[in-house]
Design a protein around this ligand. Structure first.
Ligand SMILES: [Zn+2]
Length: 149
């Protein structure tokens, strides 16, 4: 058998062997909270961010800069299957972590932005204990989330 054709097509075939992810990577609780802005600011204030010139936008997967370019910060890539439903596969470049490696190097209390975004609201509230602004926003979301405001 011979393999001929566009190189891009061959790369696409490799993806078929990767395991699909079940849920949308954008459905993350802490990202719904306004606290995300404050978290990004906090990350941009870490010493390594200063050295590398990272600003708050580098810690967003909605804008260019720090997000993985291959998947545009989705963490997954969509393979369009002819006659079949699209298949979502973990991004080869960032392995589903949605950001560039140099951005993931930046840590706050041993967690990078990807790990922080993986936290539930409860985990976030504990993790950011010392950051009043973030805790306040998480707490506000929690109350409203439970219909208490
Ligand atoms: Zn990616």
């Amino acid at each position: 058998m011979q393999l001929k054709g566009d190189f891009k097509l061959i790369t696409g075939l490799e993806f078929v062997n990767q395991s699909p992810i079940g849920k949308s990577s954008r459905s993350n609780p802490v990202t719904y909270v306004k606290a995300y802005d404050s978290m990004r600011k906090l990350m941009s204030e870490q010493p390594l961010s200063r050295i590398r010139g990272f600003e708050t936008r580098h810690f967003s997967f909605n804008t260019d800069g720090g997000r993985c370019e291959a998947c545009q910060g989705e963490g997954s890539q969509t393979v369009e299957m002819q006659f079949l439903a699209d298949v979502h596969l973990i991004c080869e470049d960032c392995k589903g972590k949605r950001f560039k490696e140099e951005v993931l190097d930046v840590q706050y209390h041993d967690k990078n932005i990807f790990e922080i975004l993986e936290m539930s609201i409860e985990e976030g509230a504990t993790f950011f204990k010392g950051e009043k602004d973030i805790v306040r926003k998480i707490a506000a979301f929690n109350r409203c989330g439970f219909g208490l405001c």
